[in-house]
Design a protein around this ligand. Structure first.
Ligand code: ADP
Ligand code: SR1
Ligand code: MG
Ligand code: MG
Ligand code: MG
Length: 420
């Protein structure tokens, strides 16, 4: 029989779909019929529809991509993004299974995938941070995800044949073009989709549209984003893309995955933790002053960078020590020893200002572009919200335009504190 045409699912048709795929029905324990299943649509992201499906034997999550952007239904976008996400989940799980939910099923026709359900107390990190929570293991888990996935998909680990094949497999042109628009273009002119807290930030937004240094810096970053293929990136690795408990951290939502600059993946958590820091003043109250959370946010920002450098270097040393380095820095030229140490030092020295500059761009887009964050949106009073956003914009611009003024992450968090 001809395969079914694409159909946008709803809670009832999700039940029927799950029952129709034997290994999913088995996992849920739903052999007795659709009445044994409970389904909720829980999508709170910008792009897709997400259903939690629970049955007598367990739960699963079904994510479906419709032919438009969830928060902008008149904006068409490829449904092939779910294939990219399925491919990326599988690839990331190969390198870092302890932080990547398992993929159970992919359906190209219905543009959906099914993955592990991460049940409560798992929560989306951004939501938990907005509620004032802290996660002591977050920095080490995020750094482990970054170092494993980025190192093992880079030319430092792979030969050039595999590397080029992988880059071609993760082309993801349309989603990259979305990022190019909403991060690297829109905030710097009066794009129709932009919004900001108005009238409080009208002048600040107008200044960015006339800011030649910012336009030059953002264009340099766009060139890096488009032209530098270094590793398989997650591509959208902000605090809304991690689900956490105090003991576990899972990276979800890899639909923007592509071969790009390592700095872009590393920057996102730095930027988003700084946004959470700036928002915490507006979310705090006399009963919940959030002093400890603010300290933890800044410490975690620093620790992610330090632990990423350590983790990535350790993988690099191990590969070199075992004589199985990739083609970029072959073991013949860079065995364990001073040459390897020298090239590693150069690698991280070059990376750091790009991480900071990208972080600045990401902070700016979340305040002046289309896609805002609940960290600020949950600050009820616009005056108070705009003060927090204004401080974040000041640091965001400094990072974007003058990253070389910051020799290390300590100086970045000191500058964040100084804006208060
Ligand atoms: P989008 O691409 O639209 O941003 P996400 O993949 O970020 O979609 O998922 C949206 C929301 O669905 C998440 O914020 C989270 O609340 C929920 N969710 C996604 N994946 C899972 C999962 N594996 N387990 C539990 N909840 C999930
Ligand atoms: C229309 S822009 C939507 C944004 O949400 C995604 O999560 C990406 O960050 C994208 O830029
Ligand atoms: Mg998301
Ligand atoms: Mg972001
Ligand atoms: Mg997404």
């Amino acid at each position: 029989p001809a395969e079914a045409e694409f159909k946008a699912l709803d809670v009832e048709s999700v039940k029927a779909y799950m029952m129709g795929v034997p290994h999913l029905a088995e996992h849920l324990g739903s052999r007795a019929g659709p009445g044994t299943l409970q389904v909720r649509e829980v999508g709170d992201g910008n792009m897709n529809f997400v259903y939690i499906v629970e049955g007598p034997a367990g739960g699963l999550v079904l994510k479906q991509a419709l032919p438009f952007i969830r928060i902008a239904p008149d904006w068409p976008i490829t449904q092939d993004r779910v294939r990219m996400e399925a491919q990326a989940l599988a690839e990331q799980a190969r390198h870092c299974p302890q932080h990547v939910p398992r993929l159970h099923h992919f359906d190209a026709r219905q543009c959906l995938l099914v993955m592990d359900y991460l049940p409560p107390p798992h929560d989306i990190l951004r939501r938990a941070l907005t509620a004032g929570k802290v996660f002591p293991l977050l920095a080490s888990h995020v750094a482990a995800f970054l170092s494993c996935t980025l190192f093992r998909t880079s030319l430092i680990a792979l030969d050039t044949r595999t590397f080029r094949d992988e880059a071609a497999r993760f082309k993801n042109t349309e989603l990259c073009r979305l990022t190019e628009q909403v991060i690297f273009t829109d905030p710097y002119y009066a794009a129709p989709v932009n919004r900001h807290t108005s009238p409080q930030l009208d002048e600040a937004a107008a200044r960015f549209r006339e800011d030649i240094a910012a336009k030059v810096a953002i264009s340099r970053l766009k060139a890096t984003f488009c032209q530098r293929q270094e590793a398989l990136l997650h591509g959208d690795l902000h605090t809304g893309s991690f689900m956490c408990t105090p003991h576990s951290t899972w990276a979800i939502d890899a639909e923007f995955a592509f071969y790009g600059p390592i700095a872009f993946d590393v920057c996102k958590m730095i930027a988003n933790l700084l946004l959470a820091f700036f928002a915490s003043d507006g979310l705090a109250s006399a009963r919940d002053p959030r002093t400890q959370q603010r300290q933890w946010l800044l410490q975690t920002t620093q620790d992610i960078w330090t632990l990423f450098v350590q983790g990535f270097s350790r993988l690099w040393d191990t590969a070199a020590g075992q004589g199985r380095s990739g083609d970029l820095y072959p073991t013949q030229l860079f065995p364990l020893g001073p040459a390897l140490e020298a090239v590693q030092a150069t690698f991280f020295q070059d990376l750091f200002p790009d991480v900071l500059s990208f972080a600045g761009a990401v902070m700016i887009r979340r305040i002046l572009g289309i896609a805002h964050v609940i960290d600020f949106e949950h600050i009820e009073h616009a005056d108070s919200r705009s003060v927090c956003e204004g401080r974040a914009l000041v640091l965001g611009r400094q990072l974007l335009v003058e990253p070389l003024l910051f020799p290390d992450m300590t100086s970045v968090v000191a500058a964040a504190e100084a804006t208060r």
